[in-house]
Design a protein around this ligand. Structure first.
Ligand SMILES: NC(=O)c1ccc[n+]([C@@H]2O[C@H](COP(=O)([O-])OP(=O)(O)OC[C@H]3O[C@@H](n4cnc5c(N)ncnc54)[C@H](O)[C@@H]3O)[C@@H](O)[C@H]2O)c1
Length: 466
């Protein structure tokens, strides 16, 4: 194909104002449809629920962990469980049984989650399935009068992001993406320091999900269900899992609440490990034959996002190179900086990182109320060192006290949108891609979430068997 024809096609796909055609779906149609003043879910408080009746969908490894954590929280009743495979329900049922908690109703089959969402004994649908079901289940739940909490990413396409936003606004049901890394201890410390102006104006931040999932996960035929993780890594490029690194730094930079993502550029390496590993596995095991000879996501993706206020965020994703785990978590401002990976955790308010005693002083002064209140208990219950339990406890405490949630549907949509948008850029020679404004202008007035525990903090933790 002549160069000018190729570049013409690329320009049609990615030229200013025409980006929609490069995206896997038509985000602009949604933006236009939604032009007339929608209800703003930022700061939205739903009526109090004294008991939160939870229906959980997807009792695999993450879902079973969630059942265990949720069973410790006062005012929680797990009334329903659903999994495609009846066998996968057993571990969660055994956990509840061992703790002397009532047996939930169970639903099975590919679409069993529909009946769970339609039932009258669920207030919150908690979604821990493979990614392609996060939006369909969340949307169906909200349309049937339930709040939705979904594992990350909340959506896989720009259309799905808009569907979440529009459904949450129309139904006035919460849609929270369960971005647990926002509740890790150092991330909460840096957020509170940022809110207190300790870093000055934050002008740049970095986050990542760098986790070698190769042998134990992606390529492990018994490690998870239906090889869904590996399948997600075929036929896609870009950052498939942006929110663990992005969520905490987006909160530090008041994204959707004073600033917003404007545009991004993204670049991926080629794949140097997955295709060769699958070729080798397929040579000895027929199970892997369908996965051999396919194109896999490039190992490392780097995406840079520019905000409306002229700040930058760099997000990386690599789950297939052998290297130590990192979420980076770097925050850099006009007065100071913080960094978590590689350890130890570091803060600087000048040229040098603080000495351990100075860092301790920061912890003494800026550990936020939620960590003082529930941090030690969370470490005991567990879940990635406690952050998962802080998240669950806070979600339930907000629902029980009629408080806005820390992460709203706009956060879920904009953080998740980096998945399809990074792909659109990475496969088009890193062309600039606009990030939709899911708040439709409300980011200018929306306020950062309340870190005080005011009006809440009343939910206890049960002494149930570990
Ligand atoms: N936030 C975190 O730290 C974290 C950690 C691990 C996993 N996750 C997320 O949790 C989710 C689940 O991951 P996992 O590791 O538990 O995977 P998994 O394969 O162990 O579990 C998924 C479960 O969903 C079930 N399922 C599949 N299709 C279904 C359907 N149609 N209806 C009902 N159930 C269905 C499967 O049978 C399986 O039991 C993913 O979105 C993953 O990204 C998040």
């Amino acid at each position: 194909m002549p160069t000018n024809r190729r570049s013409f096609l690329r320009n049609v796909a990615l030229g200013s104002g025409a980006i929609a055609s490069a995206l896997p779906d038509n985000s602009y149609a949604h933006a236009m449809q939604s032009a007339q003043a929608p209800f703003n879910m930022c700061g939205f408080a739903a009526p109090k629920l004294s008991t939160v009746r939870i229906g959980l969908v997807g009792t695999g490894s993450r879902g079973t962990g969630a059942i265990d954590r949720l069973s410790y929280i006062d005012g929680v009743q797990i009334t329903a469980l659903c999994d495609k495979y009846p066998k996968h329900l057993e571990k969660s049922q055994a956990i509840l049984n061992k703790k002397g908690l009532p047996a939930p109703k169970t639903y099975t089959g590919e679409e069993g989650w529909k009946a769970l969402c339609e039932s009258n004994d669920v207030d919150l649908v908690y979604v821990t399935t493979p990614w392609h079901l996060h939006t369909p289940i969340s949307v169906y739940a909200m349309k049937h009068g339930k709040h939705a909490a979904s594992e990350v990413p909340a959506a896989k396409t720009i259309d799905e992001c808009w569907e979440l936003v529009e459904t949450s606004e129309k139904t006035r049901q919460h849609m929270m993406m369960l971005e647990n890394c926002c509740y890790d201890f150092f991330e909460l410390l840096t957020l509170n320091m940022a809110r207190n102006g300790m870093f000055g104006e934050i002008l740049h931040a970095e986050g990542a999900y760098i986790h070698d999932l190769g042998k134990d996960y992606l390529l492990n035929k018994t490690g998870y269900s239906d090889m869904w993780r590996l399948k997600e890594n075929t036929g896609h490029q870009g950052n498939l899992y942006p929110t663990h690194g992005l969520g905490p730094i987006a909160q530090c930079m008041n994204i959707n609440r004073g600033d917003k993502f404007d545009h991004l550029v993204s670049m991926s390496t080629s794949d140097f490990t997955l295709a060769p590993a699958l070729k080798e596995l397929a040579a000895n095991d027929d199970f892997f034959k369908p996965y051999a000879g396919k194109t896999y996501r490039g190992n490392m993706n780097t995406t840079i996002i520019k905000t409306d206020l002229g700040k930058t965020l760099m997000v990386q994703h690599d789950v297939s190179s052998p290297r130590p785990y990192s979420r980076i978590h770097l925050v850099s401002g006009t007065k100071g900086a913080a960094q978590k990976y590689p350890g130890p955790e570091r803060i600087a308010l000048g040229h040098s990182w603080m000495k351990p005693e100075e860092l301790k002083g920061m912890y003494d002064k800026y550990t936020p109320p939620i960590v003082r209140h529930i941090g030690d208990i969370a470490k005991n219950v567990g879940g990635h060192g406690g952050m998962d339990f802080i998240m669950d406890w806070r979600l339930i405490d907000c629902l029980r006290n009629g408080l806005p949630l820390d992460q709203d549907v706009y956060d879920a949509a904009s953080w998740s949108s980096i998945m399809p948008l990074s792909e659109a850029s990475a496969i088009n020679r890193s062309k600039t891609v606009d990030v939709p404004d899911f708040t439709r202008g409300a980011w200018k007035q929306n306020k950062p979430h309340d870190m005080t525990l005011n009006g809440g903090g009343t939910t206890g933790v049960r002494a149930v068997l570990k």
